[in-house]
Design a binder for this molecule. Structure first.
Ligand SMILES: [Zn+2]
Length: 218
């Protein structure tokens, strides 16, 4: 059964997610942000071993903690969508220069592409690329059949694509509102209504709730 902890980093109220599948202690972190010590503390409190670092996209608030993760867990590969990998090491592209402090992450150890299956720490994620907020934004979709085989639980680590009642900004360089909305409709709204979305900012939501109520998409 999936265990997931949300760790919120200031100043952008960015959500990092720590995931593992007990009884395994191998964990992954999604989008370590500007307060990596909170994540390292959570890993220690839970007695976990970090085996991979996943980034949904290359914006600074989602990659700022990569260096601290790699320093403590050098063998954990850093994984990001192939079209956002360049942002890790480019302060203009990752927007840190825009916000006033150049930030460079360690480079990617592995990149993923649309529809790839990523197996790590006992998870098998379906990767879907949904550009529009950033050029190579990906979401990681985990289906658990631990309960009813016919009705798997689905968990979407969604980054800044779809929020509760909103969608990701598209006014940054390389952004496209048309691309983002089309991607949400074609690659997320085809998933079950009960699928849970864990967004990069704000509270969790479900595909069904956003289909019915999201003002950008109804
Ligand atoms: Zn972003």
């Amino acid at each position: 059964m999936l265990e997931i902890r949300t760790i919120e980093s200031m100043p952008f109220a960015e959500n990092s997610y720590l995931l593992w599948l007990p009884p395994s202690k191998d964990a992954i972190i999604i989008d370590p942000g500007f307060e990596p010590d909170l994540i390292l503390d959570a890993i220690e409190v839970e007695g976990l071993n970090l085996v991979a670092i996943l980034n949904t996209h290359g914006h600074s608030d989602h990659i700022a903690g990569n260096a601290a993760m790699k320093e403590k867990y050098p063998d954990a590969p850093l994984i990001i969508g192939q079209n956002d990998a360049v942002m890790l090491v480019d302060p203009t592209k990752n927007l840190s220069r825009f916000f006033g402090a150049d930030l460079i992450s360690p480079p990617a150890n592995q990149t993923v592409v649309d529809e790839e299956l990523l197996e790590v720490a006992g998870f098998r994620f379906l990767v879907r690329e949904i550009p529009g907020h950033s050029p190579g934004h990906v979401v990681f979709i985990y289906s658990s059949t631990a309960g009813n085989e016919n009705e798997p639980e689905m968990h979407i680590l969604g980054g800044d694509v779809l929020f509760r009642g909103s969608v990701g900004r598209t006014d940054f360089p390389g952004g496209s509102s048309a691309q983002l909305l089309a991607g949400i409709r074609e690659k997320l709204f085809v998933l079950p209504d009960k699928a849970v979305v864990y967004p990069g900012h704000g509270p969790t939501t479900t595909i069904g709730y956003e289909k019915r109520t999201n003002p950008y998409l109804t």
